[in-house]
Ligand binder design. Structure first.
Ligand code: ZN
Length: 432
């Protein structure tokens, strides 16, 4: 187990200061560091700011540490919003259709109030792959749609105004899926070790290493912005896709700056540079290279055909009905909203593991998203009305779902303003 854990990162040469491995830390010390990383680098909580944490019950141990670190960093107050996927499943199976489509106003108000107060938000995901397999897709889609619609305004406020973070915690269901051959307790421990390793918590100074890593990704995005790429060409097994970029597109990383000027890293881990495609400028075929855990239902072997930006044909080996429901969400969910480049050299890709969790799998692989463009990927996009966003070429939808298309066999080439080829990825790895 230990051998396997480090097999892909066994470097013997000296590492720069802060990067050398700190092997003597206990689990508890690592969990504390993981909390500090979330507060100081991820969410970058500001003094006097409110902090809201959305977390499953299984993450209690981690949440307590986040709360401690939050107050230590000067939080005005910290609110924890507990949930339980097993309870959510009972509701999805047993509540009336009317209740499923009914998001109480007080719930919406709570979120909107927090966002109006610019509360910092941390969401902890413990993916539960396959949990919702038995829920009829139509019920699941109805509930998700109602939720997304009700929270759309607050979500847009969050993207524009606050600093927020999505981070994962190990739990039994997820661990069972990633390490199916191990007794569950051991699998959870093993998964925590993996999370710590892939999130660079094993470095002697993880905070410094993360600041450097964020800068590294920022340099990639800066290079891409400097190339003024007009279109991207993807070539790989089952994939032959052309993606036009809007004239005002911006390459971004998960390191963002909100209206208040706070710089934060919205995903831990993160390995991507991404932008928005032209909503009417995607054509060709694309095949997913990893299964997608779409909110508790696995969709495998996704294939799409696009014309003028629109998905005109699709199929999947498993979960086809869920894919159909996703694409049918609204007008915009038949188009793409994100193109992201990730090198196969990313630690998650090198681990060779499938995590059944988009936060991890998307950072091991180039990906596309079905649905909305991220506003900051269009120049001035944050202040744009829906009409302005559409006019700039960016897509609008209440859905935004990533699916993975990267592999060792994928090539991505940009086309510069003069028609020149700009190699971006070769055999899945950075070519610049
Ligand atoms: Zn992405």
């Amino acid at each position: 187990m230990a051998a396997e854990k480090h097999a892909f990162d066994k470097r013997t040469e000296a590492r720069p200061p802060g990067h050398e491995e700190a092997t003597m830390r206990s689990f508890s010390e690592k969990l504390d560091l993981y909390a500090r990383l979330a507060i100081q680098v991820g969410a970058n909580l500001q003094t006097g700011q409110r902090l809201t944490i959305s977390a499953p019950l299984e993450a209690a141990e981690y949440v307590r540490r986040l709360v401690r670190e939050g107050y230590a960093a000067g939080a005005y107050d910290v609110y924890v919003d507990w949930h339980d996927d097993a309870v959510a499943k009972v509701r999805l199976l047993q509540a009336s259709e009317e209740a499923l489509a009914d998001v109480p106003a007080w719930l919406v108000e709570r979120y909107e109030t927090l966002m109006a107060q610019r509360a910092c938000q941390i969401s902890i995901g413990i993916p539960t792959p396959d949990l919702l397999r038995d829920v009829p897709p139509a019920r699941l889609a109805a509930s998700r749609r109602a939720q997304n619609l009700a929270m759309q305004r607050a979500n847009e406020e969050r993207l524009a105004k606050t600093n927020w973070l999505l981070i994962a915690a190990a739990g039994p269901d997820w661990a069972r899926k990633v390490y199916p051959d191990e007794p569950v307790e051991q699998a959870v421990e093993h998964l925590w070790d993996t999370v710590f390793e892939l999130c660079r918590i094993d470095a002697s100074d993880p905070i410094a290493v993360w600041r450097e890593h964020a800068l590294d990704l920022r340099r990639r995005a800066d290079y891409l912005n400097g190339q003024r790429i007009r279109r991207l060409r993807y070539e790989g097994p089952g994939t032959d896709l052309e993606v036009e970029l809007p004239a005002a597109h911006v390459w971004e990383t998960a390191e963002m700056v909100n209206e208040a000027g706070t710089r934060y890293v919205a995903n831990i881990p993160t390995e991507e540079a991404f932008t928005a495609p032209r909503r009417d400028g995607v054509r060709g075929t694309v095949r997913a290279t990893k299964p997608l855990n779409y909110g508790g239902v696995m969709i495998e072997g996704i294939r799409l055909e696009l014309k003028d930006g629109e998905i005109v044909a699709y199929d999947a080996d498993a979960g086809r009905e869920s894919l159909a429901a996703l694409i049918a969400t609204d007008e915009g969910s038949r188009r793409l909203g994100e193109v992201a480049l990730v090198s196969q050299d990313s630690p998650i890709a090198r681990s060779g593991r499938l995590f059944y969790n988009t936060l991890y799998d998307e950072n091991a692989s180039c990906h596309l998203a079905i649905g909305a463009a991220i506003p900051s990927c269009i120049e001035g996009g944050r202040g744009m009305s829906a009409e302005e966003m559409l006019a700039a070429g960016g897509n609008r939808s209440i859905a935004h779902v990533d699916f993975m298309i990267g592999s060792d066999e994928l090539s991505v080439t940009g086309e510069g303003p003069g028609g020149e080829a700009v190699p971006l990825l070769r055999r899945g790895r950075w070519a610049f």
